[in-house]
Design a protein around this ligand. Structure first.
Ligand code: TMP
Ligand code: MG
Length: 190
């Protein structure tokens, strides 16, 4: 059964806020609703093996690794009614047009990604995706310093805040990153 109305949903927030957990929850419910679901994720996030997406709490579903938005297009089955993509911050800007096209065709598009990089600046295509989405869910983690809501991701290199000029992409989990609030988030600038 095809959805009557295509739409784009974005799930965003810092690391450890439950984005992947929420994506998996929506995918599971879509499957219960007898939708045909395809899940994708950028190839460079190989933390948990390349054929699955896994939340920090260990929840897991199968996902096809892709390198570009075009590869999503190329692998789409005609029966698919729901497309979910995790770690969408790593994709090129073409994901914005693709999300629009799929939603225009009547598909439900669920995208999860980091809104901010370790500097606290917008990450890749996320700003535009947040704008075109019908529904935006911004989740919060807990600041490891003060216990308030965390909106930022702290990158730590040898226990010290990473430098502003460090590369944007550094795949990792708790060994490199912590959730922090605005007040406790730090970037080395010197
Ligand atoms: P997560 O949102 O599922 O926790 O995963 C985010 C991934 O993004 C993780 O592999 C670390 C990576 N990452 C970067 O590459 N650059 C960054 O600036 C940040 C904050 C995370
Ligand atoms: Mg995740």
């Amino acid at each position: 059964m095809r959805h009557h109305m295509g739409r784009v949903e974005v799930i965003c927030g810092s690391m450890f806020c439950g984005k992947t957990e929420e994506l998996i929850r929506r995918v599971r419910r879509a499957i219960i609703a007898k939708q045909t679901v395809q899940v994708f994720k950028p190839n460079l996030d190989i933390r948990y093996g390349i054929e699955a997406i896994t939340s920090h709490d260990g929840r897991r579903i199968e996902a096809r690794p892709i390198n570009t938005p075009d590869e999503i297009c190329g692998q789409l089955d005609s029966a698919t009614t729901v497309v979910a993509v995790d770690e969408v911050q790593f994709l090129e800007r073409g994901i914005v047009a693709l999300a629009n096209t799929l939603a225009d065709r009547g598909l439900r598009v669920i995208l999860a990604g980091l809104d901010l990089d370790f500097r606290g600046e917008p990450f890749g295509p996320m700003p535009e995706l947040l704008c075109i989405a019908e529904e935006v869910t911004k989740l919060h983690a807990i600041c490891v310093i003060c216990g308030e809501q965390a909106s930022r991701t702290q990158r730590l290199i040898n226990g010290e805040p990473a430098h502003y000029n460090d590369p944007t992409i550094l795949v990792g989990a708790r060994e490199v990153y912590e959730a922090r609030c605005r007040h406790h988030h730090a970037v080395r600038q010197d």
